[in-house]
Design a protein around this ligand. Structure first.
Ligand code: FES
Ligand SMILES: [Fe+2]
Length: 387
């Protein structure tokens, strides 16, 4: 791994055309392709640890149900009734105390494994066999305690997706962590602008003076610059610190971390739905869902070890407040960029070498769109676009 900005190379790339951030047609193509074929972040598995725990995840017209079964297995289903299609569950996470899920329309009832176990007045209906009408399953997998699901077909397994990070965060013992705080933001900007913004710290001196004091923007190492997972660590200016309002840790170091990892923060984007920010003492997750070409829902979760949460005087506020402020600074500039790129006179400018990961994001995005034969995808503005 090479330290510093000198290794970075944007390869002469320019940004994406404005329509990628404004066009309904592009979002529709993304929804029917990327967001159906890619693994999408759903939440920490630990938030669904008891039988009957259930939550939902919506992406455009698609909605998923995640249910922990009586047998302890976490399953994913499409969130509609097999009778006439009514949406079964709304957004909130809850627990099905009864061990069953009943459709609000005609009361068809499913067990926690998705089997149809009750269908009033269907007995004797010609050709009806309840065994054929269970909930429609969807792909679900867990990586380091984080649940991912896939609405449609995709060639890649979750293990293949995460191969570049295999074993990387074992020492943090992320599966043991719990959500201490969660905040949702409704950002008036395209989801790709939010990804691009997270992918560089070129903007940090101007936009985040507090953050830039904790992690000087040139003190970063990009070790993944190709494919659907991009990013690398940044060094904390203050040994033994973290990203927080006063730069001090808010909890003991996680798991068995040691050496350099005690003084670094690891930042990765998991295309197309998650930012993973791994601190010495907590993990921050940003889950993204596009709502419109110019609107993105961002769910932010701060994960700590349950022993830290239970400790007297535990207060995650310095970490939460620090990132909430940073988030708002980022959302504001993304919204400002959204307005700018909507101009017919906008044409994409050149990336700095400090934006090499943004250029890599664009390349991966365009390649993913082309892989699914998207007619709206143009070649990127890069001299060496498809390396
Ligand atoms: S639509 Fe669900 S029971 Fe009729
Ligand atoms: Fe930022």
């Amino acid at each position: 791994m090479t330290r510093g900005a000198s290794r970075r190379d944007s390869r002469g790339a320019r940004g994406l055309e404005g329509r990628y951030f404004t066009s309904e047609r592009v979002l529709e193509a993304e929804r029917t392709t990327l967001f159906r074929s890619c693994w999408l972040y759903a939440g920490p598995a630990r938030s669904l640890r008891r039988p009957g725990d259930i939550t939902t995840l919506d992406h455009g017209a698609e909605s998923a149900l995640l249910i922990r079964g009586e047998d302890g297995v976490l399953r994913g289903f499409h969130n509609h009734c097999r009778h006439r299609g009514a949406r079964l569950c709304d957004e909130d996470a809850r627990s099905l105390e009864s061990g069953r899920l009943r459709c609000p329309y005609h009361a068809w009832t499913y067990d926690l494994a998705g089997a149809l176990i009750g269908a009033p007045n269907m007995t004797g209906v010609r050709g009806f066999d309840a065994a054929e009408w269970g909930l429609v399953p969807l792909d679900l997998g867990v990586w380091d305690g984080l649940v991912f699901l896939r609405f449609g077909d995709g060639a890649e397994s979750l293990e293949e997706l995460f191969a570049p990070l295999a074993g990387r965060f074992t020492a943090w013992r992320i599966p043991e962590l719990e959500v201490a705080r969660e905040t949702t933001y409704d950002v008036r900007a395209n989801w790709k602008l939010v990804f691009q913004n997270y992918s560089e710290c070129y903007h940090c001196p101007a936009l985040h003076p507090a953050l830039n004091r904790l992690t000087p923007y040139r003190d970063s190492e990009n070790d993944l610059e190709k494919g659907p997972i991009l990013g690398g660590p940044m060094r904390l200016a203050r040994a033994g610190g973290t990203m927080s309002a006063d730069g001090r840790r808010v909890a003991p170091p996680l798991g068995d971390i040691s050496g350099d990892d005690l003084d670094r923060v690891h930042y990765f984007t998991i295309f197309p739905s998650l930012f993973l920010s791994v601190h010495p003492d907590y993990v921050l997750l940003h889950g993204l869902t596009p709502l419109a070409p110019d609107r993105t829902l961002i769910r932010c979760q701060w994960l700590f070890h349950p022993d830290a949460i239970a400790a007297p005087g535990f207060d995650p506020a310095p970490a939460v407040d620090f990132w909430d402020l940073t988030n708002r600074q980022d959302w504001e500039i993304c919204q400002r960029t959204q307005r700018g790129v909507a101009s017919a006179a906008f044409s994409p400018g050149p990336y700095a070498d400090l934006e090499s990961v943004v250029a890599a994001f664009d390349r991966n995005y365009l390649a993913a769109m082309r892989r699914v034969d998207d007619p709206t995808a143009d070649p990127p503005h890069s001299r060496e676009a498809d390396r």
